[in-house]
Design a protein around this ligand. Sequence first.
Ligand code: ATP
Ligand code: MN
Ligand code: MN
Length: 299
Amino acid sequence: REVTPEMPKPSPKAAVEVEVSSRDRVIFPESGQTKGQLADYYAAVAPLMLPYAANRPISLVRCPQGRARKCFFQKHDSGSFGDHVFHVPIREKDGGSEDYLYINDADGLVACVQMGTIEFHGWESRADAVEKPDRMIFDLDPDEGLDFTDCRRAAQDLRRQLSDIGLVSFAMLSGGKGVHVVVPLTPGHDWETHKDFARRFAEALSTAEPDRFVATMSKAKRKGKIFIDWLRNQRGSTAVLPYSARARAGAPVAVPISWDELDSTKDAHPFSIDDAEALIERSSALHGWGFTEQRLPDF
Ligand code: ATP
Ligand code: MN
Ligand code: MN
């Protein structure tokens, strides 16, 4: 089936009908934000977030008692998310099939928050075409001790290298330590091709500049370098979605950023869930972020 490739329009702010219980429960003890504030954040940024988050299998980081208590990564439905969170059966390696979750609107986001969700992570393919990836993400993980300046310079280098082989890319601040370089792709190729391309691209960079970049997981080899984590790009892997909150101190959020703006950014977490209004305001300058028609070149 053909997937409509055009950029979804942000929908106007919709009234959310899902009710949130325990609104006063503190979810971020260091900075004091509550479950109610987290739900309101997602309702407010839903029009910005849904073009990236809707109609896509998601995994959730749930911390029902707040970020300082037990958190867990949830991929499958537990039967309790309600009418606004949908299921998509996905074939498993063993031949069986499992129901994954996806959402389509602000109610879906808030229904997940009601269930204790802080973070939303997404597959790199859509729920209606899971076998055809539509974005490639290079997750840049700087080793401790490296400056954010090193990380943003690395992101700009990836952008240039991608551009040299004809690919447009976009930058996202993870809300944690690093930058994600996002390459939108017209669906068509399979996961094998996708993963293979990502691996070879990351390895080419680390081979060219072994003092700066590393493309293998091994912690020992990462000392003082930036790990180009290409492993997001395999079937079943996820990456944190644009505008997702993070279960980290201060309630930071992952945010799209323009390449120009990245140059003057001091760290990967300049915004928090308190900043919905500012995020909405700056979003007009980011129109088109993460969307373009392009296919993987020969590499
Ligand atoms: P940072 O910038 O601090 O590295 P990040 O979101 O990139 O933030 P990573 O630790 O690099 O965090 O993880 C990359 C991605 O791997 C996450 O966004 C997430 O989607 C996925 N991931 C992380 N933990 C798990 C987990 N326990 N199970 C499955 N996937 C995970
Ligand atoms: Mn990372
Ligand atoms: Mn990583």
